[in-house]
Structure formats: C-alpha cells, structure tokens
Design a protein. Structure first.
Lengths: 916, 405
C-alpha cells in the first residue's frame, strides 16, 4: 500500500467514524452563488457623476449585474480628478438600506405610488384653481434638461415656483462679498496647483468643505506647498498645516487687515496704502507671525489666500483683496487662478427664496424634493415651514424624516445610482448621472422624473413620454449624429466640449476707498465676551441628512478619532474656568432652549471658541432607538446668522459620557525607533525557485503625503465586507477595521498620519504559531488567511506585534448593524463567528488580475488595492517589489515598522525625520 | 457532626459553583466569546491564566509520587494519592480552558493529525500542537500512574451500589491478588512509570511555557520562561497539596511529618520562584530594552499595582513564616499560608500573561482589560468543579493509601 492509498484508507475510516474535515464557510456564498457565477466577466464599470454640493464629480461604479460594489474616482474628471469624498463612498450603503425601502404615505396611510402621485396632482390643480402659489424646494441642480422642464412650467403658470438652494447655503457670504466689491455674480475658486504658499483663514478644505474634491485633487498635484492656517477650531487642515495659529472668531478680520496692510506696503501701491492708513488710523492691528513674513516678501505672486465660506462678507472681501494685491504685479498668474462659476441661476433662486420668506401667506402648498431645511441648516426657512399645516406639505425624500412625518404626503425618493440625470459642469460641459441599477423599490420615484411628470401634467401639449426617453430626445436636438450620442452616454454623456475656465476681472474699476470704508464699519463692533459656539456642518452626512449611514457614522473623525458621536469641542482654558471634565456631558443653554451634549476638551484652541461639528442625528435616533422616542432636540442649534455661530451658555453636568475613540498617538521621541530602516542581515525565509523575492507584493506608504482623511479605512471596509460593529463594540475595543491610522505630533505642531495595516512580514510571527495553519505565506509574499480553516485560537493575534489582526466575536451578519444585503462586495467572503481576519492586500483583486493575464498570456500584471485606489493624495503605492523598489538604494531610504523584531515587513513607510 | 455540616456546605457550594461554571461554558459555546472581557488586543483573557494555573497545580502530584519515589522519600506515602488525584482533576480542568477559549470550539479536532481528503494537517510548528500532545500525554500517563497506585487498594473501594461494587472489584481482582510476584512486578512497573513521568512532568510545563516564550513579545520571549514555569507550577502544586492534605487530615490520618516536609518544600520553592521573578527584572536591567522596561513597569501601573503587592505578599513574604518551627507545625498556619500561595500564584500568572498582551508595541500604550462575569464564573466554576470532583473521588477511593501505611 503506498502513501496515497494509506491516506485514502484512513480517510474512509475516519469518515466512518464521523470525523472528517468540512468547510463550513461555503454556506455563506450559497445565497450569492445562485445569482453570480464565479467569473468576473460580467462586471461592468459605469462612469457616472455624483451630485456633490452643486458640482458633478466623476465616479466609477463597478457593478455585478444588479449589485454595485465599488466606487472609485474618475481620474479624468475636471473637478475631482479621482478624489472621492467619504459621502460618495459611503452612499453605496444608502442604496441598500432597508429603512429606505418604504411605501408612499398619504394622510398617515400607506398607498401605492400612482395613488400618491394622483393625490399630489389633485392638490396642485386645486391650488392653481384657487389662485394660490406653490413652492417646490430642491437642492440646486445644474441640469439643462431640468432647467428646460422647469422653465416650461414657469412659462405656463407663475403659480409654481422652484427654489433650488445649495446645501448649507455656503454661497451666501461669498455672494454678498462679490456684490460689495465686484458687482458681479461670480464665485472665485483658487486653483492651488501653482501656489507655493497658502495662507488659510479658517477654511477646512481637507475635510468639512463643499469643494473638498477640488482642493484635495489640487493639493495632491502640489506637494511642496506650505500651508499657514489661522483658525478658531481644530481642523484636519490645521493639523496638516506647517504653521497653525489658533485665533478667535473675531480676530479673522483683524489678521486679514494686517495682511492687507503688509501687502499694500510691499506691492508699490502707495496711494492705496495711504488710503488704508488714513481709513484705519487708530485701530491696532495684530502683528503677522514672523515665520510668514519671509514668504510675503519673496514669494508674493505664488501666495494664495483661502477663506472659510461661513466667515462674514467683510472677511470674504478682504480675502478677495488679498488675492488681488498679491498678484497685482503679475496679472497673468491672477488670471490663471480664478475659476468662475455663474451665479445667475443661484441668484434667481435666492430671490425666490427671499420672496417666500417675506410673503409666506401667498403660498399654500410646499413640496420638498430631497430637500430638508432641518438638515441644510436654514433656520429662517425652517421657521416659515413650521407654520404650515401638514395638509399643505409634501415630501419626497430618501428616508422618512421629521419633515416627512409632519407632511400630508410622503413618497420615497430614489437613490442617485437609480436614476438618469444630466448635469452641467463648472466648465459648462454637460455630463450624465447614469442609472447604475434598477430601482430597488418600485414605489419610489426619482427627483427629475417627478419634475418631468409635473411639467407634462401642467403643460397640455406635452407628450407623456417616459422620462429617460424624453431626456434623450432633448439631447437629440443638439446632435444630428445619434451614434455620437450613444457613445457619449456610454462614456458619461459629455455633450459639449469644455469652454475656457478663465475669466478676467477688471480690478482697475474697483473703488477701493469705498471698500475700505465698508470694512471699517464692520470692525468697529467691539469684541464680544459672550460665549458663542461655532457650528460646522458635517459634509459627509450632509449635516445629518444621511446620518443613517452607519459606515460614515462609525468612521473615526480625522483629527480626534471620535466614532459614532458628535461631541462639542471645548477649549481647555474654558474647561478649567467652568470646571468641565473631559468626556462628560455639558448643558448648552440658548435662550429658553437647552440640550446636553458630550464634550471633548481640546488644548489647541483659544478660550472663546468651542465648536461643534453639526450632525442632526434625528434619523439615527429614530431608527436605532425606536423604543426611546425622546430623540435629542438639536433644532435650536441651527443658527440664525450666516457665520454659523450661536450665542449660548455652557454648564457642566455630573453625567459622564463614554466617547468611542479610535485614534492612537505615537510619541515623537519614539518614532525613530519604531519606524526605522530595515535591518538587512537575514536571508529570505521563503526563498524558492518558482518566485524570486523581487516578485513579492509590496506596499509603500508615503507618510509625508498622507493627510489623514481616513478614506482608506472606509474604502477597505466596503471592499472587504468589514461589518460596522456599533459604538458598544468600539467601546469594548472590538472594532474590525483592517487599517488603523496612528498620529504623530511633530515639533512644529503639525500632525503626521501613519496608516497601519497587516505588514505581510516575511518572517510572519502569526504564521508559525497558528495550530491549524490557517494563516500561511503565498509564493508571492502575501500573508494569507484561510478563513474556513481558522478555529479561533487567536494565537496569531497574540503574537502580532502590530496589532492588526481582528477577531470576529460574532458572525458578520450578526455584527453588522442594519446589514442588508449580506455583502457589499460579492468577491470577498463574509467571516463567520470565531475567526480572525486582517488585511489581505486585496487578494481577490490580485487573483482576478492573475487569471485575466494568464488568459491573455500576459506575464506581468499590476494590481491596485482599494485603499490605494481611493487615496486622494496618492500616498499609497502597491506592486511587485522589483517594480516599485527599483534599485537597492531606495530600500535604504524607506522605513519599516518595528524593524528590531526582524519580521521583515513588506509594507514600507516613507518618512523623513528632518521634517518632524 | 460539626465537621460533617461544614463538609456538606462546602460540597453544596462547590456544586453550585461548578454548575454555574458549566452553564456559562455552555453559554459561551452557544453565543461565542462575545460575553468575555477579551478584545482586539488582549485576546487571551483569564481563561488562559486559568489554564496555566491549573496545569501548574497538576504538577505537584507527579513530583510527590514520581520524583520523591525515585528519591526514596518515605514521607510521600500518606499524601501521594492526594497529589495524584489533584493532578488528574487539575489537568482535566486545564485542558478544558483552551478548548472553550477557541473561537470555534466545535472544530477542536482539527488540532489532531487526522488524515483527510484535502491533506490538511495541523501546523506542527505551532506551540499549541505541542501543548496538545504534551497535555494529552501527561493526562494519559498520570491517569495510568494513578490507576497503578490504587491497584493494591482496590479492596477498600467504597461503592454504595453492591452490584457495581461487585463488578468492578471482580474485574480489578484479575489484575491484583497481592501475591509476591504481583508486588515485584508492581514495584518494577511503578519505578518505570516514575522514571517516565519525571521526564514528562518537566517537559509538559516547559511546553506550556513555549506558548509564551516562542512569541516575539517582550518579557515572554525569554529562555528562562520554561524553568520559571516548572518551578512556579511545582510551587503552586505543593501549596495546593498541602492545603488538601491538611483538610483531609481532619478525618484521615496523615502524619505530621509529611505536612511539615511539604511546608519545607514550599519554603524552598518560594525562593526558587523569587529567584526567577527577580531574574526578569535583571534581564530588563541587563538588556536595557525599552519595551521590556515599560512592560514590566506596567505591573506597578495603577490598575495592576494592588495585584502585584498582594501577589508579592502572598507568595514571597508570607511563606517566610515557615522558617519558624511553631508555625510550620501548626495546621491552621499551614492552611493559611498554602491557600495564600495558591491564590498568589494565580495572580502571578495573571501578571505574567495579561500585561504583555495589553501592551501595544507600536504606540507604547496599555489597552486595559476587564474580565466579565462570565470570565469570573468560569474561573470559580473550575474551582468548584475541582472541589466537587475531589470529594466524589475521595468518597470512592481511599485518599490515604491503605497498603502502604
């Protein structure tokens, strides 16, 4: 009997005994198996555009039949150049969310879509007959087709007005500033690609910013940038700045003026300077920090000034003047940096809104189309809407909300991946927002389809086409060659060629003296000593509109690493004064209203500037604490003024609050020990002849580039079906993130961010100790995990010095909060209870590429991991060792984590100690 | 009568504890490790502390019966069966903990080299496999040794049911007639077993220590750990043995000489343990390794300080009273000191295992670990099970050998 026969014999006997190894993991796949074959052939990459803060940003959605599973940035898109905001990435969840799938409700009763629509049309007809006005609120969408449809209605009747307001109304102060100084409807966007220095007045352009994709894509082009930030909060931009100067909200204007004074002095504009001195005589201006002065003297044309959109118009004017006077000697560069945005459309809407706010009695019916004043921080609108009776309110939204519960008619709206829309770009080219999947809910309707239906209903001559056909008919008018149209649709419907982006402004016509006088009148108000809280709307969840998105809720905040909660950040001086303890609840009193919020004490902000990153959690409270109807009332935190501050009183309470924090910091003294060059004294452990060591998969993370936005964590989570575990599990330190970002505070106050993932060590300490060999080394250097073999002894976790392995205390289905369907990516298995998991270097992508290349007979192939694909600043490089580490000299510059343990990691870090 | 009442109460208490432990074990099996206090960093909780602790307790048995037998120490006779029974029960309890601590305990048989169609074998490089082999060998051999030791006493078995008694005794009578030939063969086999077991007893706990010493984590990664573990194991085992002997001596006759000798051994081993404990700090001083330094300083960290102080008091300072003859010979003090040493050794195991696991090497940060109710009930359940099963075995089998006294 040979060995094989002997094994067979023993196997049979062990089977008879009822003890045989079987693979339980397979059953997780059976659900999916029916629908999807194991080949990747049917994957289609859709290029579509995501409506993000009024700008269409290009994204790719990779789908498998009906199931989208991956969102990445479109590198050729003008606006975002491949940078994807967290909200776009996390929104794939909103598509599947089971709370979204509900039926239309008419007067508290569930009905069908058609019936609800009939009710709406009846109401509209009734109102038109009564000669009353109807207001339709919707987010500002720059769509030619919708504009056409809306204009059709408006031509036919002036009783229906459409009000499109951008989220958070961030144009407001910019718009006013433009009106004061330029008398033009322009929005000026600084293109920072050619800047060497940015002087930033409180703009968090790396996180809470409507133009996040724009700025980050520009920032990644330009890594030699020096950033000086003046801020009253502690933001990610501040943490990434070379110099961060904490100031109070009132100080922005004063600092702006002293910069202006300095610029006028240096830029040979003596008459302006004299004007300035005359106007601001007797006003003491703060001194400019010394480390900025040399930049002002030598690099003036390359300095760009940025300003927070929520700061008052006077500050916006100063910012405009600063940019103007810094470039006055080289007008060419001024021309290059300005990008215009036609605000006429916005102005029209603004006027309509003002009309509504002034004469609400003229209106009888309000229709909210994906627009919720509770979440777009618009208090004046909220006040007026509150006086309408439920009968006269109609809501169409993705989720049931506070507004929809008060409305007579509610219809669920479709997700943006479910419908067609055309969008106009910044450069006036038109692109499409493509339908990626058929609507999950047959009772839902899309926003454009609804407008289209009303339009066709109102206009008697209209042909009642299907919306998408009508959209294509609309564009057929512009195209004689229909084949071109269909190609355009496939490519993302770029219908007209891009126009010039640059505009010229005649600054000579500026009346500088009048502007100075205006500024002077603004600063006379003495600095207030009353406490005010700065409200910063969270962009990722649209200030809470999508706070039901558990992915975004769990994702740790970039600087403080707070997960799940929206604490108020209190300056440490204020905390001492008021005897507030860190991680306690504090009471906020404003007028007769009060609420309690968890607080986090921060050292690096000035005493009068507590700030709150605002996220109205109403949806969340409703869905997750159904038995507890007492949802916290945040409404009074919606400020009345455009600077987004509220005057209030803060009182400490005795309640403690457990803040789920996920960030870890590494001390500066230790970094040279922990991240050091590889000790090259050992031979290859897995030296085999089939795969030379150069063939190993290797990752290089550029710590100097990393901005700490945590996008890699989110991308990894969605790619690898990592469940959202919930706050309680995070408090018990049982999060399942495969990537952790640790922070390093440098000497000059700047922060560095170091993403830590499985290091795929050559001498992997986890492999040798696994009793069943569930974790092993592949021939191309990947430390792989066989989930079905793992019995959960957790020896690998104990022996991993990097703490990157995670244990499934429950199965993925049980752990994941509100998880339907079972997975976001059908090519990665869901992990069952009691097994360990960790970063796999996206092994499913590698296997796919390998199969593909072997089919086509290609020898070498490249792979991008999910984290690499999404990294907005391209800090992650992944590939074969021989390809990405050309020459041995490069390895010497690179650092590895904990080299003294001699684990020979395959993840390298690029960090220069001199910069720290 | 009074003693009988106390005994009854102890048995009831231990039955309650062990059933609680059993229930929580079943709960863990059904609902997973979610209910434990472990998390992403401290992945081995007090289940592993208990494992090492009970393995340690099992060591006294073989030491008394095998090593002292080979050294012809006559005072071992009255206590060797107690020691061996402790061994058997302890090792069963010890083997239970790694089993229930698995993420998927129903697949524990994957640890065995079972032939299968996919040619999957366990990873023989893993210390857990060594553990498994060592523990099962030890369990098997100790059981045989224990069985061998009770053979001459089979007539004294106390079964209530006459039918079972008759069957078992008639079966055992085939092995043992008490003849001279029997005794000669018996001595020869006993000698052989004692020889093998002496080797096994040293190797088992060395192998258990490999679970820790083959890792790359500071403090654990040390060559002295096997010896330290063996010494610590014998120390705690001796203390447990003394404790049980004192209690049994209330009813049965155990010569004072044996207990005094045990006390002396405990005193000796307290020094051995102290030596290795100090050696850890010497290593820290000698290597100047920052990680070892900060890790050892964790033991004096606010959350573990109380435990360290109690542990030092219990296992290093309190046994020094055994230098005094009066205390050494006083049963009450023997009871007090031995029980304290047993508890202290549990703390010692805790302090060896948990701080190292809770220490994040990358950012030099401690991630705290708080055991839950389930963790504690499993721990106390194991204690209850120990007492209960000892009482049950003691009810059937004479704990003080009749044939040798």
């Amino acid at each position: 009997m040979n060995r094989r026969d002997f094994t067979k014999f023993l196997t049979t006997s062990s089977l008879l005994l009822g003890v045989s190894c079987h693979r339980p993991e397979i059953f997780h796949f059976t659900n999916v198996k029916q629908e999807h074959s194991t080949s990747y052939e049917n994957i289609i990459k859709y290029c579509t555009n995501f409506h993000f803060a009024n700008f269409p940003i290009g994204i790719f959605v990779e789908t498998y039949e009906k199931l989208p599973f991956r969102i990445t940035g479109d590198k050729i898109n003008f606006f975002n150049k491949g940078v994807v905001p967290k909200s776009a990435l996390g929104s794939i969840y909103n598509l599947y969310d089971k709370h979204r799938l509900s039926k239309p409700v008419v007067n508290g009763k569930e009905t069908s879509l058609n019936e609800a629509l009939e009710h709406i049309f009846a109401k509209i007809e009734k109102n038109l007959a009564q000669d009353k006005m109807i207001a339709v609120f919707m987010p500002l969408i720059n769509s030619p087709f919708l504009k056409f449809k809306i204009s059709q209605i408006e031509n036919f009747t002036d009783k229906i007005i459409f009000i499109g307001i951008p989220p958070f109304d961030f144009f407001s102060s910019q718009h006013q500033a433009n009106y004061i100084s330029l008398k033009k409807n322009l929005y000026l966007l600084n293109d920072i690609t050619k800047a060497t220095t940015i002087i930033n007045f409180g703009r968090d352009f790396l996180e809470h910013d409507p133009f996040y994709p724009f700025f980050v894509s520009r920032l990644s082009d330009n890594r030699n940038l020096k950033i000086f930030t003046f801020e009253d909060t502690y933001s990610l931009t501040g943490a990434n700045s070379d110099v961060r100067i904490p100031i109070r909200l009132n100080d922005y204007l004063m600092f702006g003026l002293s910069f202006l004074k300095k610029l006028l002095q240096t830029s040979n504009q003596k008459n302006f300077y004299e004007n300035f001195i005359d106007t601001f005589n007797g006003i003491e201006l703060p001194t400019i920090p010394e480390n900025i002065l040399p930049h002002l003297e030598y690099q003036l044309p390359n300095i760009h000034f940025l300003c927070n959109d929520y700061l008052p118009p006077s500050m916006q004017v100063i910012n405009l003047l600063l940019n103007f006077f810094s470039k006055i000697n080289s007008p060419k560069s001024l021309k290059e940096k300005l990008i215009s945005l036609d605000l006429q459309y916005y102005t029209q809407n603004k006027q309509k809104l003002e009309k509504f706010l002034k004469y609400p009695d003229e209106f009888n019916l309000l229709i909210f189309l994906d627009y919720d004043p509770y979440f777009y921080i618009n208090s004046s609108l909220l006040k007026q809407v509150g006086e309408f009776s439920p009968e006269n309110l109609i809501t169409l939204s993705l989720y049931k909300s506070k507004l929809s519960e008060n409305s007579g008619i509610f219809i669920p709206l479709q997700h943006y991946l479910e419908y067609w829309l055309d969008l106009e770009n910044l450069d006036k080219s038109v692109c499409s927002q493509q339908q990626i999947v058929l609507p999950f809910n047959t009772h839902s309707i899309s926003l454009p389809e609804f407008i289209c239906l009303i339009s066709n209903k109102i206009e008697p001559n209209a042909t009642t086409n299907i919306y998408s056909d009508e959209l294509i008919d609309f564009y057929k008018k512009f195209y004689n060659d229909t084949s071109e149209l269909s190609e355009n649709i496939r490519n993302g419907l770029f219908l007209t060629s891009a126009k010039s982006l640059e505009i010229e402004i005649d600054f000579k016509a500026l009346n500088v003296q009048s502007i100075f006088n205006f500024l002077k009148s603004e600063i006379i108000s003495p600095t207030k000593n009353t406490l005010s809280i700065r409200i910063i709307p969270e962009q990722d969840t649209y200030a809470g509109m999508y706070s039901n998105n558990v992915y975004l809720k769990e994702l740790p905040s970039s600087v403080e690493g707070v997960s799940w909660d929206t604490p108020i950040f209190i300056p440490s001086q204020l905390a001492q004064e008021k005897e507030i303890i860190n991680y306690s609840k504090i009471k906020i009193l404003s007028g007769s209203n009060s609420t309690t919020l968890p607080c986090v004490v921060l050292a690096n902000i000035t005493i009068h500037s507590p700030f709150l990153i605002y996220r109205n959690n109403y949806y969340f409270e409703q869905f997750f604490h159904r038995n507890n109807p007492k949802a916290a009332n945040f409404d009074f935190l919606i400020p009345n003024i455009s600077e987004l501050t509220i005057n209030c009183e803060i009182q400490p309470t005795n309640d403690k609050f457990e803040v789920a924090k996920l960030n870890r910091t590494i001390a500066l003294e230790e970094i040279s020990q922990k991240l050091a060059p590889l000790i090259e004294n050992s031979t290859q452990m897995y030296s085999n002849k089939i795969q030379p060591p150069g063939n190993k998969w290797t990752m290089i993370i550029d710590v100097d580039k990393c901005i700490g936005c945590n996008l890699c964590i989110l991308a990894c989570q969605i790619e690898n079906n990592i469940p959202v575990v919930g706050k309680e599990q995070i408090l018990q330190k049982r999060d399942l993130y495969w990537i952790n970002v640790i922070q390093l505070k440098t000497r000059n106050g700047k922060r560095k961010f170091i993403p830590i993932l499985c290091q795929h060590c050559d001498y992997a300490p986890c492999e040798s100790v696994c009793p069943v060999g569930a974790t092993s080394h592949t021939t191309d250097g990947i430390n792989e995990m066989t989930y079905s073999r793992c019995i959960g002894s957790r020896f690998c976790m104990a022996n991993c010095p990097y703490n990157v392995r995670r244990f499934n205390f429950k199965g993925a289905e049980d752990t994941h909060i509100n998880f339907e369907p079972k997975m976001t990516n059908p090519f990665v298995t869901l992990r069952s209870r009691g097994i360990t998991e960790k970063c796999s270097f996206c092994i499913h992508r590698i296997n796919f590429e390998r199969t593909k290349s072997s089919l086509f007979g290609i020898k070498d192939f490249s792979v991008t991991t999910a984290c690499q694909e999404i990294c907005p600043v391209s800090a992650i490089t992944f590939g074969r060792k021989s390809n990405i580490l050309i020459g041995s000299e490069k390895i010497k510059d690179l650092k590895v984590l904990l080299p003294n343990l001699n684990t020979l990691p395959n993840v390298f870090y690029k960090i220069e100690y001199e910069n720290l | 009568m009074k003693i009988y009442n106390i005994k009854k109460k102890i048995i009831i208490a231990s039955a309650v504890l062990s059933s609680l432990g059993l229930l929580t074990a079943i709960y863990t099996f059904i609902y997973g490790l979610e209910s434990w206090g472990i998390h992403k960093k401290v992945v081995w909780g007090i289940a592993i502390v208990n494992f090492v602790f009970w393995i340690g307790n099992s060591h006294s048995g073989t030491l008394i019966s095998a090593i002292l037998y080979l050294l012809r120490q006559e005072w071992r006779h009255p206590i060797h069966r107690i020691a061996e029974t402790i061994t058997i029960i302890s090792i069963f309890i010890a083997a239970f903990f790694p089993l229930i601590h698995l993420g998927r305990p129903w697949f524990f048989y994957w640890l065995f080299p079972l032939p299968n169609q996919t040619s999957l074998w366990p990873n023989f490089k893993s210390p857990l496999i060594w553990d498994l082999i060592a523990i099962f060998t030890y369990m098997f051999l100790s059981f045989l040794f224990w069985f061998l030791g009770i053979l001459p006493d089979y007539q004294h078995f106390k079964f209530k049911n006459p039918k079972i008694k008759h069957k078992i005794l008639s079966f055992l009578s085939k092995f043992w007639s008490g003849s001279t030939v029997n005794w000669v063969e018996y001595r020869w086999t006993y000698n052989l077993f004692a020889g093998i077991l002496t080797f096994v007893v040293v190797s088992v706990h060395s192998i258990v220590s490999f679970d820790f010493s083959v890792t790359i984590l500071p403090v654990w990664h040390s060559t002295m750990l096997p010896v330290y573990f063996v010494v610590g194991a014998i120390y705690s085992g001796l203390a447990l043995l003394l404790f049980v002997s004192v209690i049994i001596s209330i009813e049965e006759h155990i010569s004072e000489h044996s207990r005094v000798n045990l006390s002396k051994l405990i005193l000796t081993f307290s020094y051995f343990t102290l030596y290795f404990y100090l050696l850890e700090y010497f290593y820290e001083f000698y290597s100047q390794d920052q990680n070892i330094k900060s890790l050892l300083s964790l033991r004096f960290d606010s959350s573990y300080l109380w435990m360290t102080i109690i542990m030092i008091l219990q296992i290093f300072i309190l046994p020094q009273f055994l230098w005094l003859k009066k205390i050494r010979e006083n049963t009450k003090f023997q009871l007090l000191i031995s029980s304290n040493v047993v508890i202290g050794m549990w703390f010692e195991r805790f302090l060896l295992i948990i701080p190292t696991l809770s220490y994040d090497l990358v950012v030099n940060e401690k991630i705290s670990y708080v055991p839950t109710f389930i963790d504690y009930s499993l721990t106390f359940g194991s204690l209850g099970f120990f007492i209960l099963s000892f009482c049950v075995i003691g009810k059937i089998i004479p704990m003080v050998p009749k044939s040798e006294t």
